[in-house]
Design a protein around this ligand. Structure first.
Ligand SMILES: Nc1ncnc2c1ncn2[C@@H]1O[C@H](COP(=O)(O)OP(=O)(O)OP(=O)(O)O)[C@@H](O)[C@H]1O
Length: 347
């Protein structure tokens, strides 16, 4: 268990004081994956670096496994820090050392024999899936492979906690997915608590159990991912969720949208929903009740635990003049609707 109690941190730059963290309190349960999301400058890095005291808060308490790190002896602090591995956006590998030597680096300080070091490094490289790269230098690796080396190195001391400082921000979407999958496997297989910071809601939904939303040095909202997605309270949280679901109308349709004042019997809506289990049944009943034909043009639907949420473009072809009733029906079934525009009638 990690407990942050009322931690604050200011930086002074050219006689100007910047509040990076303002009275933050958070509890992070053992074995969970805890995500911290916020825009650039919100204080995420300062917060995650406070957990292992890479950044020392001005006030408050950082309690890890019952030990208040800010008042711990140097020996106790060293011990607790060893139980926390960390990975970074730009990997921070030693370029003059091979993959094997990078991972061996923290183990060499543990006083193990050469054979024991070799065995340990091999098992770590196997976990992260790059044993075949052991003799390569970091410059010969892709971004995803470099992050795998960094993860293996962070696991070398058998930590209980892995801190991930924007670990996927420098990676392309498919590599990001693979690294997040690896982090989830590590969490489950090695029972390691993971704390990660990100500015992407997709990262939170793909692997986190709980999330804290930061804004201007404060945690403005936190809870399980399901709770936050079902009932986001803060405007910034709503924006992050909406952004993660955003999709564009396919170009083919964009080209067909009529001028603003034109009307036809074919209308395109952009619909947002959260936690509507039977969203397709609602569309079907709309079709039957209002004598309209519908077609989903494109969609993005995600899950946070058991809660679904999504966006889709829906083309509605009216056979009667009942557009207002249809819009009312969608709203009363908890869709947020946006009228995108009319497209030319088929006839
Ligand atoms: N070493 C430092 N010296 C001066 N100011 C700092 C320092 N570190 C952070 N800050 C300031 O503290 C605030 C929070 O920064 P922090 O890096 O924690 O935010 P962040 O949410 O991680 O942002 P990003 O996503 O851009 O990394 C910012 O205004 C930043 O400029």
């Amino acid at each position: 268990m990690i407990e942050l109690k009322n931690i604050s941190k200011k930086f002074t730059v050219k006689n100007q004081s910047i509040v990076a963290l303002n009275q933050i309190s958070l509890s992070i349960k053992s074995g969970k994956i805890f995500g911290i999301i916020g825009k650039s400058g919100a204080g995420k890095s300062t917060l995650i670096r406070s957990i292992n005291l890479l950044e020392i808060p001005d006030s408050g308490e950082v309690v890890v496994n019952g030990v208040n790190l800010l008042s711990a002896s140097q020996a106790e602090l060293t011990l607790q820090r060893r139980k926390m591995g960390m990975i970074f956006q730009h990997f921070n590998l030693l370029s003059s050392r091979t993959v094997f030597e990078n991972v061996a680096f923290p183990i060499e300080l543990m006083g193990l024999s050469k054979a024991e070091i070799k065995q340990k490094v091999h098992s770590l490289l196997e976990i992260v899936g790059i044993l075949d790269k052991a003799d390569q230098y970091p410059s010969n690796l892709s971004g995803g492979q470099k992050q795998r080396v960094a993860i293996a190195r962070a696991l070398a001391n058998d930590p209980k906690v892995l801190l991930c400082d924007e670990a996927t921000s420098a990676l392309d979407p498919s590599t990001t997915k693979a690294i997040l999958k690896l982090l989830k496997e590590i969490n489950e297989r090695l029972k390691i608590t993971i704390v990660l910071i990100t500015h992407e809601m997709d990262v939170i939904t793909s692997i986190c159990d709980e999330v804290a939303v930061m804004k201007q040095g404060e945690v403005v909202e936190h809870g399980t991912v399901e709770e936050i997605f079902t009932n986001p309270k803060q405007e910034i949280t709503k924006k992050f969720i909406k952004k993660s679901l955003d999709i564009d109308l396919p170009t083919f349709y964009q080209k067909q949208i009529l001028p603003v004042d034109a009307t036809s019997n074919r209308l395109i809506y952009k619909l947002y929903f959260s936690n509507i289990a039977s969203y397709s049944a609602i569309i079907l009943s709309m079709q039957n009740n209002f004598n309209v034909n519908t077609q989903v043009i494109s969609s993005k639907i995600e899950y946070a635990g058991a809660v679904n949420f999504g966006t889709f473009f829906l083309e509605v072809q009216f056979n009667e003049n009942n557009e207002a009733a249809v819009a009312h029906f969608l709203k009363s079934n908890h869709f947020v609707i946006e009228k995108v525009g009319y497209v030319r009638s088929n006839n």
